[in-house]
Design a binder for this molecule. Structure first.
Ligand SMILES: Cc1cc2nc3c(=O)[nH]c(=O)nc-3n(C[C@H](O)[C@H](O)[C@H](O)COP(=O)(O)OP(=O)(O)OC[C@H]3O[C@@H](n4cnc5c(N)ncnc54)[C@H](O)[C@@H]3O)c2cc1C
Length: 370
């Protein structure tokens, strides 16, 4: 019986690939009939590059993405602080700008090379577990329902996870009140194309990063984010326009029995820090190790996964949440503090290194055993 993975985002794909490479039979289903052409995550951090190195996916990522060489902080219409980010601390690697859709297609290609394809249009809608395995209900595109068994189920089915809800696990946390706007658009701009740009604005925060060519990702929480781009910027065609709310939540446990959670199903947080997708891939890496042992009879490794990952999820969400609350510039009193504090922290070596450790996914060791 194959291990079942619900969700073929970056977490589920990475889990399936890492299991398949160990020779473990795996089945991966996704309710969407096609992969999303849009890209939420843009940054692949050094930790992910290291974890996927043996799969060959990292080499493809490096050949396709580009190294983010530095971080620029803009304030009052000029670049206030500029710091190098390549290589990122001691890793010898850089943050890589690569769209999530490309990351997913590279993971799916590598998985296909192992003989496994994503079953699309297949929705997990029910589960029950007993001592020996998990019984699930899978709804197929024609409406038929398949009842099947799996020795293990990995819920990598995103923020609104059916698996998490079926386990009855709470997802406590909080949400920032304001909506954030996002554009992927063509820009002619004086902004340095090889750097990430942060803007401290009188009414909020703005982030800009080039995706490829002259296509940029711009997102912010101010009233008119695009108007805050520097003089001389000309906005061209918009490829994708969206908005989102930022929430910080961690599932009360990272799994129960033979059903484990990874990625956004277990934790969500702001995109500042570029951790969501990267942390999900890290979950997948630990899951593959624990699952392999569990299938060889060491069932305690399943509880071990939940015990290992839950504190990591809490720590990362807490750090990214604090960073976001500092940067987003609400309310006005906090904004005044931010405008004084953030440039100083960026100039202060130890604080800057701590920020880069968070952005690089290097703020904790990846442990596969307790
Ligand atoms: C604007 C923005 C920018 C971001 N930037 C970054 C960044 O730079 N770096 C970073 O690391 N992260 C970033 N993130 C976060 C990142 O996009 C997510 O953390 C990541 O997509 C989570 O991957 P996942 O595989 O866990 O879940 P998802 O990508 O949500 O995938 C879940 C999959 O499960 C499927 N599914 C859902 N329910 C079911 C079901 N019942 N049965 C079967 N399939 C199901 C869905 O169709 C989906 O394909 C950003 C997010 C946003 C919003």
């Amino acid at each position: 019986m194959p291990v079942l993975i619900a969700g073929a985002g970056p977490t589920g794909l990475a889990a399936a690939l890492l299991l398949a490479r160990r020779g473990i039979p795996v089945r991966i289903v996704d309710k969407s009939t096609a992969p999303s052409g849009h890209s939420k995550a843009l940054a692949v951090n050094p930790r992910t590059q290291e974890l996927l190195e043996d799969t060959g996916v990292t080499a493809r990522m490096l050949a396709t993405g580009w190294d983010v060489c530095g971080l620029s902080l803009h304030r009052q219409g000029h670049e206030d602080v500029a710091v190098p980010t390549s290589p990122l601390l001691e890793t010898g690697r850089s943050l890589l700008s690569l769209s999530q859709s490309r990351t997913e297609s590279m993971l799916a290609d590598a998985l296909r090379a192992q003989g496994v394809s994503v079953e699309r249009g297949v929705k997990l809608d029910a589960l029950a577990q007993d001592e020996d395995g998990v019984t699930v209900g899978l709804v197929h595109p024609d409406g038929s329902v398949e009842r099947t068994r799996a020795p293990l189920l990995y819920g990598a089915d995103g923020a609104h996870s059916t698996v998490r809800q079926a386990l009855g696990l709470a997802f406590p946390g909080d949400e920032l009140p304001e909506p954030w706007q996002l554009w992927d658009l063509h820009l002619a701009t004086p902004l340095a194309p090889d750097r990430a740009h942060l803007f401290l604005l009188p009414d909020g925060f703005l982030f800009a990063l080039r995706v490829r060519g002259d296509l940029w990702r711009v997102m912010g929480n101010g009233a008119r984010p695009l108007a805050a781009l520097p003089d001389g910027t000309v906005c061209g065609d918009v490829r994708w326009r969206s908005h989102f709310h930022i929430a910080h939540r961690v599932a009360e446990r990272a799994g129960v029995g033979r059903v484990l959670l990874g990625g956004d199903a277990a934790h969500i947080h702001s995109p500042l820090g570029a951790r969501g997708m990267n942390l999900g891939i890290e979950d997948a890496y630990v899951f593959a190790d624990c699952a392999a042992d569990a299938l060889n009879g060491r069932l305690s490794r399943l509880a071990g996964y939940a015990q290992l990952r839950h504190p990591v999820h809490r720590q990362v969400v807490r750090r990214v949440g604090a960073l976001t609350r500092l940067m987003h510039g609400r309310p006005a009193t906090l904004r005044e503090l931010r405008d004084v504090l953030v440039p100083r922290l960026m100039r202060f070596g130890p604080a800057r290194r701590q920020f880069l450790r968070v952005a690089g996914g290097l703020d904790h060791p990846v442990r596969t055993r307790g």
